[in-house]
Design a binder for this molecule. Structure first.
Ligand code: BES
Ligand code: MN
Ligand code: MN
Length: 455
């Protein structure tokens, strides 16, 4: 621990400078206008892996954005850790809500503000610096393989292809990912599950053109009104999702499992104050921890239609649209849920309109074991670095590739995340505590050490 701490202390400024350089690349995977920036980011990551001592570093082209691979095999008899992360980021808009520009990392109050600071550049880069540390101090205990992709935020389709085509190269004993959250630096935790995702876009079409709302209003159904009614009907009075069959495959936790989940500290007043809301909402009969961890949900991500420009325009719009996402839990299947949604939405559409449902990417939920050698190694590493045993929690977000690692590579994952739920992921003013960054760099070598010892 002393060697680790000394090395981190001696290199703090450089570790920060390098992360800042990484954060300055606008690697937005969703928008093709940024394709060159995404590639330059991959080049930077590959260079940093090489500098840290990785071998066989390669920028692997895909049908989309490239995947950066690198490895260090010290001894085939030793266990192998496959580190996964993503260098792509979500679009930064709405830009006007950022206090400082998203791709100009700025420190305020001990936190780095930038798009990707926490999700996931700040987190995967800790692994490259921890690897550098282990190389430099001659303490590498496991073989390491890095796979850092550029399409996580758009569904990882091409990574799926890559994994299937590179099973041998990716052979390992465990996948280690830092792309989730912990409760706080004072209350470390390990996520033991991720939700799945089904994402759809809907269009409601009424008259064949926009109409004068005075001339036609009253006689023709307004697609925006109809869409609002349809969306409102997707939850019942208990805030359960009103799609027939939606809950059929949901695994219900038993009393003991629910009690243990609810033992995690949760300050409802602080939670509401942080979000500026007066009351919480959710499925009747479940706590907030359960609603965001072990229960499925349906959210409207965006809704539009009609005139939204300056001033007033009296129009009865021809169309209305919305994007909706459903978070899934074991054993819900994203394709099945998308099909159930589509069938239901088409069935409830009234005769005044036609509706169209277009599926986007989806992902399977995942649970990670808490009785494995890898989990125990993570637990010991965190306990040593933080002075407290981590609490197991269930994460609300999704990393669709985790279930593919299990199905294609036969590998379980450890979700050793160092972010906070309040780090504004996908939102303006994304941030990452500098303290978490350095703490992560200290914890990762301990994971490798204990994983080798316990294996
Ligand atoms: N790192 C997040 C997932 C996450 C965040 C897990 C917080 C647990 C806690 C990841 O980058 C992400 O945002 N995933 C997307 C899914 C993807 C298919 C767009 C998500 O969860 O919306
Ligand atoms: Mn992420
Ligand atoms: Mn994300």
């Amino acid at each position: 621990m002393k060697t680790i701490k000394n090395y981190v202390e001696a290199n703090q400024q450089r570790f920060l400078d390098e992360l800042f350089e990484l954060l300055r690349f606008p690697s937005v995977s969703a928008d093709s206008a940024y394709s060159d920036d995404v590639r330059h980011t991959a080049e930077y990551v590959a260079q940093k892996l090489t500098d840290a001592g990785a071998e066989n570093v390669e920028i692997c082209s895909t049908a989309g954005h490239p995947i950066v691979y690198g490895e260090k095999i010290i001894d085939p008899a030793k266990p192998t850790v496959l580190v996964y992360g993503h260098y792509d980021v979500q679009p930064p808009d709405p830009l006007e809500l950022w206090e400082t520009p998203p791709f100009e990392p700025t420190v305020r109050d001990g936190k780095i503000f930038a798009r990707g600071a926490c999700d996931d550049k700040g987190q995967f880069y800790m692994h490259i610096k921890a690897f550098e540390l282990m190389q430099a101090t001659n303490t590498l205990a496991c073989n390491v393989k890095f796979m850092i992709e550029g399409e996580e935020e758009v569904g990882s389709d091409n990574l799926g292809v890559f994994v299937k085509a590179n099973k041998e190269r990716l052979a390992a004993d465990v996948v280690l990912i830092s792309d989730t959250a912990m409760i706080s630096l004072d209350t470390p935790s390990l996520e033991t599950g991720l939700r799945g995702l089904s994402y759809v876009e809907v269009e409601v079409v009424g008259p064949n053109r926009d109409l004068h709302s005075g001339v036609y209003g009253g006689a023709v159904a307004n697609p925006v009104t109809i869409l609002a009614q349809l969306i409102a009907s997707l939850h019942d009075e208990n805030n359960r999702i009103a799609i027939p069959g939606f809950y059929d495959d949901v695994v219900e936790l038993n009393e003991a499992e629910r009690n243990s989940l609810n033992e995690a500290p949760f300050d409802e007043a602080a939670y509401k104050a942080d979000l500026g809301i007066n009351a919480l909402w959710g499925e009747k009969g479940y706590t907030t921890i359960e609603r965001t961890g072990i229960r499925p949900t349906l959210e409207v991500n965006g809704i539009w239609g009609g005139y939204i420009g300056k001033g007033a325009k009296t129009v009865l719009p021809s169309k209305a649209n919305a994007k909706l996402s459903m978070r899934l839990v074991p054993n819900q299947d994203p394709d099945k849920i998308t099909a159930l949604f589509t069938k239901h939405f088409e069935r409830i559409a009234p005769a005044y309109v036609t509706v169209k449902v277009t599926p986007h990417h989806g992902g399977h939920p995942a649970v990670t074991p808490t009785d494995s050698v890898a989990y125990r190694a993570a637990e010991k590493a965190i306990e040593e670095a933080f002075g407290k045993k981590p609490i197991p929690t269930r994460g609300g977000g999704s990393i669709p590739i985790v279930s593919l690692f299990e199905n294609e590579l036969g590998l379980k994952t450890v979700l050793m995340g160092f972010g906070l739920d309040s780090d504004n992921l996908h939102s303006p003013n994304e941030k990452y505590d500098i303290a978490n960054y350095f703490k992560g760099i200290e914890t990762i070598p301990l994971f490798h050490k204990y994983f080798a010892e316990l294996s």
